[in-house]
Ligand binder design. Structure first.
Ligand code: FAD
Length: 400
């Protein structure tokens, strides 16, 4: 007899769990409140679906048990994921820095192909159907459809209900209290990849400027974490991957003690000094204009304590050479779950078996994807976790 498997959530993790389980002979029903499979997938990677990253290994993620995560990735890591996608009809390519995308560059195509594969494999997809509750029933499970009055049975359940980020797309952590009642320590949901709010007083006028920078989050002057990559000045603070990657730390500390250290000239100072020596009486702004966006080049001398019209040579004589391009900004919070690309929180990884995603608290229950407290940086790491954990859960839950 085939295992009757219910999967809650037809996002990235749930869809792949369903495909893997159905390929192993399970009779799968996949539920989602949304009207289509992979609703959130459609907006990933600005519609291009940055679906993995060649550098996605355990130590790039924050979670309760890095050792366990290593096991998960050993069994089903990036290479296995890309091979599976290729097999499913979604060949991929990677950028020079390892970010992976579908050849089609289309998240909509990924969702459409996954939907077709679910159909071919005979997965029953029940859309616009909310699972309101889960209950152990004999050796199996019962799921409450829409409300407590209609229950359906299953041998096993995979919870792939996502987190609480970007709630407009269906994942609101609504099933988390049920997971808590079933014995899991639910870590509260917090924005994990989100733009930061900051005191932009000195940086008025830079809104819209985008560039690569080195970014460090400081707590009482002690560095908590550093990133390097694209940042964007916004009206209320800073955005872009290099800033968003630090958001998961903001809620762990008193916000009044947090600062962001930005270095706009990371690795470029020797070039700037050479320019200043070659053209000492030309405006410093002009030398900077070759290295950073024009608006920032115009603002940097003043932000460093020099006159706006200071000549490039002033850099060499003022003693401010090391300070140019470095800035500290007071952090005041994050943009919140509504605008976050990922939430932290959910089931701690150490309450699951790392190679099967089986709950150590509730037999026959599996949890995967963003509902597990695993946080990766921007760049395909979080979809990779959804695929890895979804496949592991699907395989294990289908096993007789
Ligand atoms: C704007 C944006 C851009 C992003 N870009 C990227 C990117 O390029 N690369 C990357 O790696 N990550 C990206 N992410 C993060 C990525 O989308 C998530 O990590 C991933 O979607 C998590 O997959 P999941 O299946 O766990 O959850 P989800 O994709 O959120 O799916 C969970 C599903 O469960 C359903 N559900 C929830 N509760 C119930 C219930 N009670 N009953 C029935 N159904 C339920 C929801 O409707 C939802 O469809 C992005 C996120 C956002 C918001």
């Amino acid at each position: 007899m085939a295992v009757e498997l219910a999967i809650v959530g037809a996002g990235a993790a749930g869809s792949l769990a369903a495909i893997e389980a159905a390929r192993r002979g399970a009779q799968v029903t996949l539920y989602d409140t949304n009207a289509r499979v992979g609703r959130k997938l459609l907006i990933t990677g600005n519609g291009r679906c940055n679906l993995s990253n060649h550098h996605a290994v355990a130590d790039r993620y924050a979670c309760a048990d890095a050792h366990a995560l290593t096991h998960s990735f050993e069994v089903f890591g990036v290479e296995a994921t890309l091979a599976l996608f290729s097999e499913l009809g979604i060949p991929t390519y990677a950028t020079a820095d390892g970010w992976c995308y579908p050849r089609s560059d289309s998240a909509a195509a990924v969702a459409e192909i996954l939907t077709a594969r679910l159909d071919e494999l005979g997965v029953q997809v029940r859309l616009q159907t909310k699972i309101a509750d889960l209950r152990q029933q004999g050796r199996g499970w019962a799921l409450a459809l829409g409300g407590p009055e209609k229950w359906v049975a299953a041998d096993r359940v995979i919870v792939a209900c996502g987190g609480a980020a970007y709630p407009a797309l269906g994942s609101r952590g609504e099933l988390w209290p049920v997971l808590a009642r079933l014995g899991h320590t639910m870590v509260p949901a917090r924005p994990a990849l989100a733009p930061l709010l900051a005191d932009m007083h000195a940086l008025q006028g830079l809104q819209g400027v985008r560039l690569d920078a080195a970014v460090t989050l400081l707590h009482r002057s002690v560095a908590l974490a550093s990133t390097r990559g694209n940042i964007l000045f916004t009206q209320s603070g800073l955005s872009g991957p290099a800033v968003m990657d630090l958001a998961y730390l903001v809620h762990r500390y008193p916000v009044e003690a947090l600062m962001l250290r930005l270095d706009f000239l990371d690795g470029q100072r020797p070039t700037l000094y050479a320019l200043a020596e070659a053209h000492p009486s030309a405006p410093l702004q002009l030398a900077l204009a070759g290295l950073v966006p024009l608006k920032l080049a115009h603002a940097l001398p003043e932000l460093t304590g020099l006159a706006p019209e200071a000549p490039a040579g002033a850099l060499l004589t003022s003693g401010l050479a090391e300070r140019i391009g470095r800035l500290q900004v007071r952090v005041t919070g994050t943009r919140g779950l509504k605008e976050a690309q990922l939430s932290s929180g959910g089931v701690p990884l150490d309450e699951l078996e790392p190679v099967t995603m089986a709950s150590r608290r509730a037999p026959g229950l599996y949890v995967c994807g963003e509902a597990v407290d695993v946080v990766g940086p921007c760049g395909g790491y979080n979809l990779q976790w959804a695929w890895t954990s979804g496949v592991l859960a699907g395989r294990a839950a289908a096993a007789k």
